[in-house]
Every structure is written in C-alpha cells, then in structure tokens.
Design a binder for this molecule. Structure first.
Ligand SMILES: Cc1cc2nc3c(=O)[nH]c(=O)nc-3n(C[C@H](O)[C@H](O)[C@H](O)COP(=O)(O)O)c2cc1C
Length: 347
C-alpha cells in the first residue's frame, strides 16, 4: 500500500474513482462525463485500429479537457497463431448458424485477420497522449513502459492474483488494478488460467496492497458508497467501477443489454467462454446455455461479433450481456450523479 491520495496525484484527478474501460462498449460521452466530474474516465480500445484510436482520442478531447485513460488488451503469445483453416472455421461457425438465421444474416466468410495489429494500436494510443494507459492480459513490454513514460503517460497493469500484481510491479508499471472475480466482463488473468484465478476482491485487495509498493486500484463488485469505503479500508488508493456505469444513460450498452441489467434477474451472472472464447462474467442468455464448445479467442469473439450488433439493434438478447455481481446495487441512471455518489463516500 502507498500513501492515501497516491493515485489521484499520479494521474492528476480530483476523486479516486476510475470508470472501468469497456472494450467494444466504451462511450465517449460516458468517459468524458466521468473525467469532467473529476474521476478518471477510461476508454477501451479493444478491436480498434490506429485511425479509430486517433479519432476516438479527438472525440474525447472535444468533450473533456480533463485527464482520461485509454485501455488495451495485450496479445497473448500463441493465441492467434495458427489461424484456423477453412475447415476449422466452418466447424466453429456451425453452432452459431441458428443465430445468423434468426437475424436473417448471411454466414460470414473467413476474414483476413481477427484483430487489428497490436503495434499499430500501441503507436496510436501513445500518440493520443492519454494521462494513463491501462492494459490487461499480461505484462507490458519494457519498450511499451519506456515509451509511455517518455510521453508522460502513466501505465496501469491489471492483476487478478497477488503473483500477477508482483510481476507487474517488477516490470515497472506505475499502479496496479486489482480485479476481483466479482467484476463484469473478461477475467484478464495471465499467469494461470482464469478458472484458477477467481479470487474475490475482499481477499485479493489487502494481499495485493501488502505485496506491492504502488498505488492499487480496486475493481470488482464496487457499485455504491459502501463498496468504495470498504475498498479503501482494505488498502485501495482508488476504485474502478464498471457495471454500475454500464447501466447509466451515457453508456453505449444497447437497450436489450440495459433491460437485462435493470431487470429482475440482474443478480444472476455466469462465467462463460461462449461469447468470446475467453472466460468472462455476464448475464446468462441462450448463447451461454446453448454454445458449449466455442472456438478459441479471438475467433469466437469475431464470429459472434458478426451478429451481436444486429441482435442489439433488434432488441434480441443473443449478445454479450456483460455484468458484474453487484449490478443490483446500482440504481443511478445518470453517470455524473453516480460519480458524485461514489466520490462522496470518501468525504
Ligand atoms: C462490458 C464490459 C467490458 C469490459 N471491457 C474491459 C476492457 O476492455 N478492458 C479492461 O481493462 N477491463 C474491461 N472491463 C472491466 C471493467 O473495466 C472493470 O474493471 C470491471 O467492470 C469492474 O467490476 P464491476 O463490473 O463489478 O464494477 C469490462 C467490463 C465490462 C462490464
């Protein structure tokens, strides 16, 4: 654990409240709202190429002059290579055929690539000069840390276990996001399989705070003032809140997603690989029940990504309904009001 206020000093923000980045679901409006309110708005760049990253940073700067963070998924060696053969691609597509059919969509052809070039993403993110660059799924390279620091950018690494937090500190990151198993979205473990890294925040946070000499940002299950106070009591310098902001008016979540987030069954989340090929927490739907043998990431994420936007437009819930375990604690619909309520916990 470091000094109180270490994280706010490091990033130049007023309140130690970070908006969780939402790869694929971040919104400029929500990110800017949190930054304008004195928190650290974060924007997830998953799937964005360099041009889109530059355009997003410009859009953010048009809506806020306050600090914001950008977020990248680091490549996991060996995961994308070798790409599936045509026959493997057909086999992966097979269980998803019914969803394309019910949405009247043609089956997709095998793409040239499943993800943008990560070096292009990194170059564009550095060029955008956010106050902070947060990363998941691994340890940023010495070159990425050095380039970030040379540009005055703070690097946040994300740990799901104490061993990951130590490894990130040893690599030279500036702060650690300690992500408990309650969190919505992907379980971003990198030293052990995510199924073996399901540590709840109450256990993870004080152990990470003891293990590292860096500011610690607590993530997972924090949705109201009580959670903020508990996190600080357990050694957090700041909190990162995702799901509670996802249901606010400023988020990019679709109507079908919001209806489920605010619905009677929002407390029941599952861990599933069905939608992306990687383990993630969300609300159950037909896909999480029906797809039992998904393609590996990133193929499955690309495949479901071919019908998820149409499903969202049509109010069909065959999409990723990412959510954490504390969604029902979040009653605010306005992101600025939610930020104020979270920040007031520390007054
Ligand atoms: C829809 C969704 C997408 C997410 N995408 C990312 C991401 O791309 N990068 C990341 O670091 N964290 C991602 N997260 C995790 C959040 O940033 C945050 O750490 C987490 O939601 C905190 O737990 P909570 O949902 O219980 O508040 C995502 C979470 C959700 C709900």
């Amino acid at each position: 654990m470091t000094q109180p206020a270490a994280f706010t000093r490091l990033t130049g923000i007023e309140h130690p409240v970070v908006l969780g980045p939402f790869g694929g679901l971040s919104s400029v409006e929500l990110t800017a709202t949190v930054s304008n309110g004195g928190g650290l708005g974060s924007y997830g760049l998953y799937g964005y190429d360099g041009d889109r990253i530059g355009a997003t940073a410009s859009a953010l700067r048009a809506q806020t002059s306050k600090p914001f963070a950008l977020n990248l998924w680091l490549p996991v060696p060996g995961e994308v290579e070798p790409e599936p053969t045509a026959a493997e691609f057909e086999r992966y597509l097979e269980p998803l055929r019914p969803y394309f059919a019910e949405l009247d969509l043609p089956l997709p052809a095998r793409p040239l690539r499943y993800l943008p070039d990560v070096d292009e993403q990194i170059a564009a993110a550095l060029e955008a000069r956010p106050v902070a660059l947060s990363v998941v799924y691994g340890i940023p390279s010495p070159a990425l840390i050095a380039a970030s620091h040379a540009a005055g950018i703070v690097v946040l690494g994300t740990a799901t276990t104490v061993a990951e937090a130590r490894a990130l500190q040893d690599a030279g990151v500036d702060a650690i996001v300690a992500s408990g198993a309650e969190a919505g979205g992907h379980r971003v473990s990198f030293l052990r399989p995510p199924e073996d890294s399901l540590v709840g925040l109450f256990a993870l946070l004080p152990q990470v705070a003891d293990a590292v000499d860096l500011p610690v940002v607590a993530a997972g299950g924090i949705a109201d003032a009580r959670g903020v106070r508990a996190a600080v009591a357990l050694g957090a310098d700041a909190v990162q809140v995702g799901t509670a902001f996802l249901a606010t008016d400023q988020s990019a979540a679709s109507r079908a997603h919001r209806l489920r987030l605010r619905g009677p069954d929002a407390a029941h989340t599952v861990l599933t690989r069905a939608l992306s090929g990687r383990l993630a927490r969300g609300l159950p739907n037909r896909i999480t029940a029906e797809v039992t043998d998904p393609a590996p990431f990133p193929v499955q994420n690309w495949l479901t990504g071919q019908f998820r936007p149409t499903a969202a437009d049509r109010g069909n819930a065959v999409l990723s309904l990412w959510a954490g375990q504390s969604e029902t604690l979040a009653s605010e619909t306005d992101a600025a009001a939610l930020l104020r309520a979270l920040a007031a916990a520390l007054d």
